[in-house]
Design a protein around this ligand. Structure first.
Ligand SMILES: [Zn+2]
Length: 158
């Protein structure tokens, strides 16, 4: 068995299928010190005045997954590139990230609490990186072509 503190989902216990509830409870109780330390560490990571990372419910995560899917379906044809894989995860300093070499895009889970226009901007931004890895003139021209109002939304997110 092992424990993992997931910033989005809280404490996760991995246990074999045949473990009893009592065995699992005993295991978690034997690791209370570790859990306290891990929680303290996680709280420290979200520090520096940033709002603490809250836990997301399964329903919220599913709804956000659908919002993301709809956003990629909408913007991929307009940008002319497709993400080969989309990962939703908590990131401290960025709204999204992109690996232009393999087409993998990550979207920050914190966009759950933001309006659609912010998610749209981040999706367009990351898709445009599949054309242009850097933030040069050509990159911003592509962003503006797909999403003319991007400057206002970008400003609202800082
Ligand atoms: Zn960028």
């Amino acid at each position: 068995m092992y424990l993992r503190l997931d910033p989005a989902q809280g404490l996760r216990v991995s246990a074999p299928l045949f473990a009893s509830d009592a065995q699992i409870r005993a295991f978690v109780e034997s690791r209370l010190d570790w859990i306290k330390k891990a929680e303290k560490k996680a709280a420290g990571r979200s520090g520096r005045g940033a709002a603490p990372q809250r836990a997301y419910s399964k329903e919220e995560l599913n709804a956000f997954r659908q919002r993301c899917r709809a956003a990629f379906d909408r913007w991929e044809p307009l940008v002319g590139r497709r993400a080969s894989r989309v990962t939703l995860r908590s990131m401290k300093t960025r709204w999204g990230s992109c690996n232009a070499a393999n087409g993998h895009v990550s979207i920050n889970l914190r966009l759950i609490d933001m309006p659609d226009e912010c998610l749209d901007y981040v999706v367009v931004h990351e898709l445009c990186h599949l054309w242009e890895p850097n933030h040069g003139k050509a990159f911003w021209a592509r962003v503006a072509a797909a999403y003319p109002d991007y400057a206002r939304v970008r400003k609202s997110m800082r």
